[in-house]
Design a protein around this ligand. Structure first.
Ligand code: PHE
Length: 365
């Protein structure tokens, strides 16, 4: 059954979606603005082929909501938004380049209501182009393409350390195995950090060549995607598409920690309880994967010092440590602790619409 645009719009609790159809390519552009109480919306731009355009719309809505929680949980005054460009299968390079340019022009028409960075299916070069045309790409330094992936990976690594300490008593990666699902812009640098720390790596990707490439650089074992649910590992790090934690997969998981970079890892919130009941520590996705967003908004605000950028990203580890402890005391999933923290920030800084400047608020981050 295909859901209609009207049905999914009615069911969504976000503010609005700006929709455009690109007739030259047949692509749909959805800019979903979920909650702009903290400031103008910011979030990545995802480009993918979906079964139906409406599936792209739903993805944009869910991802935009994730951004609302992400900004609030790390204390950054941006609203939650996300863009999805739902492209036809097999779009050629030239057609794609034209589409990116028209997408940028679309952002110009929104006059800053949405600012963006890379996400699945878009590249730092795309964002440099979007920035040059629109001025609404965050994190560019002198217009040069910048890659948030390594910062996101660093944040995931810091969060994983905190999870190891909390769940297993120490953060010695030498004794630990990690399954990375998705060896793209974040999964690949994460493999580098983990291999340097001495972890045993299992690598899985839809594009097997990406997994093999990661193995050639950082070692580890390539595993077929179909086999990952039965792998006996300490940590499962989802770094690709969302919804891999669901009632079908959770009973099969043999890991003790889920800590990865993918957005919307849970099919639904109830899956956090499923993990909790199985004794699997879940690092809330929008907290542990906020490193790129944290670093790029800091760059946007003028921060250029690499050590300070890294320190901001590493702070994700201490935030998660607090959430794990709070959740353990209450006997609940860390998702609740993350929610409470985000709600507190929204309550304190999100009283009105429109007035807040985008960017980190003083004394946070
Ligand atoms: N794709 C990033 C995320 O989901 C969003 C982002 C990256 C936003 C870089 C701004 C800058 O967190």
């Amino acid at each position: 059954m295909t859901r209609s645009f009207l049905d999914v719009t009615e069911a969504w609790d976000g503010e609005s979606v700006v929709t455009a159809f690109d007739s030259a390519t047949g692509a749909w552009i959805f800019v979903a603005l979920h909650d702009t109480r903290l400031g103008p919306a910011a979030g990545g731009t995802r480009m993918a082929a979906y079964p139906e355009p409406v599936d792209g719309l739903v993805d944009a809505m869910r991802l935009a909501e994730g951004m609302t929680w992400k900004w609030a949980s790390v204390g950054i005054r941006f609203g939650g938004g996300k863009a999805v460009i739902a492209v036809p299968d097999g779009l050629g390079d030239e057609a794609r380049a034209g589409l990116v340019d028209r997408y940028a022009a679309h952002l110009v028409s929104l006059r800053g209501a949405f600012q963006t960075g890379v996400d699945l299916g878009t590249t730092p070069d795309d964002m440099a182009r979007v920035g040059a045309i629109s001025g609404y790409a965050v994190g560019l330094i002198d217009g040069e393409p910048g890659d948030p992936g390594p910062y996101t990976a660093r944040g995931v690594f810091a969060g994983m350390r905190a999870a190891l300490e909390h769940r297993l008593g120490d953060a010695n990666f030498n004794e630990r195995s990690v399954l990375i699902e998705g060896l793209g812009g974040v999964g690949l640098p994460l493999a580098g950090l983990l291999s340097e720390a001495g972890a045993t790596l299992y690598l899985a990707d839809l594009r097997e060549a990406a997994a093999r490439h990661a193995r050639a650089r950082f070692g580890g074992k390539v595993v077929p995607l179909d086999d990952i649910w039965d792998l006996n590992v300490d940590v499962y790090a989802p770094c690709a598409v969302g919804a891999t934690l669901n009632p079908d997969t959770i009973p099969r998981l043999r890991c003790r920690i889920v800590a990865g970079a993918a957005n919307n890892q849970l099919l639904s919130e109830a899956d956090a309880e499923g993990l909790h009941e199985r004794g699997i520590l879940y690092a809330p996705d929008y907290v542990i994967n906020a490193g790129g967003a944290v670093a790029f908004t800091a760059i946007h605000q003028g921060e250029r010092d690499e050590n300070r950028l890294r320190a901001r990203v590493d702070a994700i580890g201490s935030s998660l440590r607090e959430m794990f402890e709070e959740a353990a005391t209450a006997g609940e999933s860390p998702l609740h602790a993350a929610r409470r923290r985000a709600r507190r920030f929204l309550g304190a800084h999100g009283g009105t619409h429109g007035g807040a400047p985008g960017g980190p608020s003083p004394g946070t981050g």
